[in-house]
Design a protein. Sequence first.
Length: 196
Amino acid sequence: MSAAKARVGILISGRGSNMQALVEAAQAADYPARIAVVASNRPDAPGLQTAAALGVRAVAVDHRPFGDDREAHEQALDAALREAGAEVIAMAGYMRVLTPWFVNAWAGRMINIHPSLLPAYPGLRTHERALEAGDAEAGCTVHEVTLGVDQGPVLGQARVPVLPGDDAGSLAARVLEAEHALYPQVLAEFCRALRQ
C-alpha cells in the first residue's frame, strides 16, 4: 500500500453510527485513511443518507435480487468497493455473515467492530447475554475478519462497567459510545500498519 492515505470502504446495514464516527475522524488532516465509499446491502439503510450528507460516496447493493446466492451478491458488492478504490474494509453494523469467497478476497484488509469483549459473546444478543451472566463489565472489540464469526485477531477493546439497574438498552447505549471512540483509533492504527 502506498504512503498516501489508505482508502476505506465501510459496510453498513442500518443507521451507521459507527460509520459516522469513522467518517468524522477521517476528516482530520492527519488521519491516515480516507473514506472512499459507504456501501449497504439495504437500499433503505438510513446510514446511506448520513454518508451522502457527510460528502461520502454512498452505494446500495441490494441482496434481495440475488436470492440465496450470497456469493453472487458479494461479487457485486466487491465490484462496487473496488470501483470506488477501496483498499481496506471496515464493517460497521453489516448484518450479513460473509462467505469464504469474500473473506478470502479481503483477507488481512478487513476489520469489524463487535459489541462485546471477545472472545465472550460472539454473534447476537451480546448485551442480554452479559447481563444474564452477571458480568461486572461489558464493552466492545475491534477485530480482524476471518472465516469464523467474530473470531479474528483482536485489535483493540474498550470496557464499560455494568451498572446496577442496567437493561440491555442502557448497556448498549454506553457500549456504543465506547465503540465510537475505539473504532476510529483502531482503524487508524490498522491503516498505518498496512502502509509500513
